[in-house]
Ligand binder design. Structure first.
Ligand code: ADP
Ligand code: MG
Length: 252
């Protein structure tokens, strides 16, 4: 396994007292696996992702990556936050190489790697543009390429499509799924959209309302390896959708 989450708890202090955000979360993720985390709003999905990213420490339990406990930000992990967070005044090139720049690794071979990614994913002719000149879907691909540029093995995606309209979202989800599979990455996707989770992941982890507890992990063996578009037509799609929907306590 590449990520091992063991008894993770998170408490936040607030003026009204302690808020339990996560309670006793335990599961592990295999190398190359695509897993989604779903659950009602406020159940701790983003909190779990930021703990895996090393941006926050758990209040209890621990997370190991490749057998070592997480201590702060880890170069093996690429984190793509909810908003694409491209800088509007920087060109696409300066945006996608930002992570490399911050890490002092904007050398020739990394630049070549980013150029190949841009070409492969249809963005080569836009490197001199600023983000405002690109569509929402293209900006999302840029955000993913920026995350891939530093060579992480694990990608953390927090509601990456929520700013996109429904049609764009379907095709960008398809794109991003292919990019992640082609590049052989392990991916953890947080979403509140059950159809998105079923259409992209190998397994779906369902959290309860706050404090988030792991209710179930649903494996979808019939859908493994199929593109999101194909899955939406698959006879098992609604079976998994309904099963996960029944698990999520939307009344909370
Ligand atoms: P989700 O992503 O599932 O919607 P979050 O992980 O963002 O949920 O938040 C889980 C709970 O923890 C929420 O009740 C939220 O208000 C609370 N929370 C998140 N971050 C903080 C923080 N920095 N300080 C206090 N409470 C927080
Ligand atoms: Mg969130």
């Amino acid at each position: 396994m590449i990520v091992d989450i063991k008894g993770v708890r998170k408490l936040y202090q607030s003026p009204e007292g302690e808020i339990g955000a996560l309670d006793d979360i335990t599961f592990s993720i295999e190398e190359g696996e695509f897993i989604s985390i779903v659950g009602p709003s406020g159940c701790g999905k983003s909190t779990l992702l930021s703990i895996i990213a090393g941006l926050e420490a758990p209040s209890g339990g621990e997370i190991c990556v490749d057998g070592s406990p997480i201590r702060g930000i880890n170069p093996k992990i690429g984190y793509m936050p909810q908003k694409d967070q491209l800088f509007p005044w920087r060109t696409i090139w300066d945006n996608v190489t930002l992570g490399l720049e911050v890490q002092g690794r904007r050398d020739q071979s990394h630049q070549e790697f980013v150029k190949r990614l841009l070409a492969r994913y249809g963005l080569a002719q836009f490197t001199g543009c600023v983000p405002g000149q690109l569509s929402g879907g293209m900006r999302q691909r840029c955000a993913l390429i920026r995350t891939l540029a530093t060579g992480p093995r694990i990608l953390l995606l927090d509601e990456p499509f929520s700013a996109l309209d429904y049609q764009t979202r379907l095709s960008v989800a398809d794109d991003i799924y292919r990019i992640i599979k082609n590049e052989g990455k392990t991916a953890i996707l947080v979403t509140h959209d059950i159809a998105e989770a079923v259409s992209m992941s190998d397994r779906v982890a369902v959290l309860s309302a706050r404090p988030g507890r792991l209710k179930e992990i649903v494996d979808q063996p019939e859908l493994h390896g199929l593109d999101p578009m194909r899955r939406r037509d698959h006879e098992m799609f609604h079976h998994y959708f309904n099963r996960i929907w029944k698990e999520i306590d939307i009344s909370a």
